[in-house]
Design a protein around this ligand. Structure first.
Ligand code: ADE
Length: 246
């Protein structure tokens, strides 16, 4: 998979050299390229922004600079692997595990990181009109200073889903926001007793069916307490009788 990130702060993305995503890059599973938007400026001051038409606070990123950058990085919608443009923005659709799964299936994703009050709206309109798929995503209901941290979040979320990146693919199945639609159950490791706190007996019992039941009960109780919206969205057909007594 190829991922291009365009930003005025390329150093922000240095964290993508680390951890699992870094390994995926070194293993050739992820071809990640970070570009400095200012490389597409034409003036002496390398200007990327200007004041908003209609007035108001802050600055808006110029469409001409972004247009040249995306012409080079996104390519044409007729290419063999046309780029899917992802724009992090607090006014986007909320990014979820389902979006991460969909992006992990793409051949080429281009992340356009805006700063200030955002990118001139014509940039996204033009990419769509040219036939590109465009997704504007928010990583949550709060405002960051720019799209870079959101880009890191999204790239890590879909990068770890690429085949071969996570050593044990089974660990992707049971985690929070996985197929069960529940938060993950609590986990424990050695020592079994620590500062007067014991690991629940059932996990030391070796009784596989009871452990499974306990974990599911914990996941249901946790989800009900913390994320009632996820309980409301559960498919009733996927519940068993024991679930209903939790
Ligand atoms: N840029 C600024 N805030 C953001 C957010 N919450 N999500 C994505 N991009 C952003």
């Amino acid at each position: 998979m190829r991922v291009d990130v365009v930003t005025i702060f390329p150093d922000y993305l240095a964290a993508l050299d680390l951890s699992l995503v870094g390994k995926a890059r070194k293993a050739g599973l992820l071809d990640l390229r970070v570009h400095d938007l200012r490389d597409w400026t034409t003036d002496r001051h390398r200007t990327v922004d200007d004041t908003p038409f209609g007035g108001g606070a802050g600055m808006v990123m110029r469409p001409d600079v972004w247009g040249r950058a995306l012409d080079d990085v996104l390519g044409s919608a007729d290419d063999d692997a046309p780029g899917h443009l992802v724009v992090p923005t607090p006014s986007g659709e909320v990014f979820t595990q389902r979006h991460a799964e969909a992006l992990a299936g793409e051949e080429h994703v281009v992340v356009a990181c805006g700063r200030y009050e955002g990118i001139d709206a014509r940039v996204v309109d033009r990419a769509r009109a040219a036939g590109h798929r465009v997704s504007e995503f928010s990583i949550g209901d709060y405002v960051l200073n720019g799209g870079e941290v959101a880009a890191l979040v999204m790239i890590e979320a879909f990068g770890r889903l690429l085949p071969g990146v996570v050593g044990n693919p089974h660990s992707l199945v049971e985690e929070s926001h996985g197929a069960a639609g529940l938060l993950e159950y609590p986990v424990y490791t050695k020592p079994p007793a620590w500062e007067g706190l014991d690991v629940p007996d059932v996990l030391l019992s070796g009784h596989h069916a009871r452990i499974e039941r306990w974990r599911r009960d914990q996941a249901l109780a946790r989800t009900a307490a913390r994320r009632p919206d996820m309980i409301a969205a559960l498919d009733v057909a996927g519940l068993d009788k024991a679930d209903l007594t939790v």
